[in-house]
Design a protein around this ligand. Structure first.
Ligand SMILES: Cc1cn([C@H]2C[C@H](O)[C@@H](COP(=O)(O)OP(=O)(O)OP(=O)(O)O)O2)c(=O)[nH]c1=O
Length: 198
């Protein structure tokens, strides 16, 4: 029985223009056939609204890969954290990570992931998903110890919901997988709506 669910979906293979191991893991888990070709896109932001920013960045990532792979379906994605209207990307240093996590104490923040799927010059779909997250209060020692573990350095907002940081997650409103970097449920709905998947 389980085998039925583990089977790869019957659809065209997607090129995942992302080096994020989480995104690969989620596509794998969903049974969506893919291969990874990392994008070297420069992340230039011209938008101001968070949903538009992540859509724009996901498009940039997909576009650089599609140029080298004409005719292929290419997926780009980007995740940011927004705290009181301020965009937080990945921390630049451990001190920066500590500062972000301290600022996120006692208030909700929003995680936005934008996804763009393109083929040649045609945008197949482009959307974003927003999830609200609230942490349990953390002492400065707990923040330091988490940051020292190094888990935070490659993640927007300086934490990974899917790892040891899980013990500090108090509330989540919306799609968990969106926080991890890819809203696979919404992606699947979009792929079905444009007849890429059935
Ligand atoms: C908030 C949060 C983010 N993240 C990750 C997802 C993304 O990989 C990363 C945000 O950085 P991104 O710039 O979106 O992606 P990336 O640099 O990892 O990969 P690429 O640019 O090649 O596509 O943060 C988690 O894994 N867990 C979390 O809880």
């Amino acid at each position: 029985m389980a085998g039925e669910w583990e089977k790869e979906k019957n659809m065209e293979k997607i090129i995942l223009a992302s080096g994020s191991p989480r995104r690969s893991e989620l596509l794998e888990q969903a049974g969506i056939p893919f291969e990874v070709i990392k994008s070297g896109a420069e992340e230039i932001i011209t938008k101001t609204e968070p949903g538009e920013i992540v859509k724009e960045l996901s498009f940039c990532k997909a576009r650089t890969v599609v140029e080298e792979h004409p005719g292929c379906l290419v997926l780009g994605a980007d995740t940011i954290v927004v705290l009181d209207g301020q965009v937080l990307g990945k921390p630049k240093t451990k001190e920066h990570a500590m500062q972000m996590l301290r600022e996120m104490q006692g208030r909700a923040h929003q995680v936005y992931t934008g996804v763009t799927v393109i083929r040649d010059a045609q945008t197949v779909c482009s959307f974003y998903e927003k999830t609200e997250v609230v942490f349990y209060p953390m002492t400065d020692d707990e923040i330091r110890s988490y940051v020292e573990s190094g888990d935070c350095m490659d993640k927007a907002g300086a934490y990974g919901i899917q790892g040891s940081f899980a013990v500090y997650i108090k509330e989540i409103h919306g799609d968990y997988y969106n926080v991890m970097g890819l809203p696979v449920g919404k992606l699947w709905q979009e792929l079905k709506a444009c007849h890429i998947a059935e």
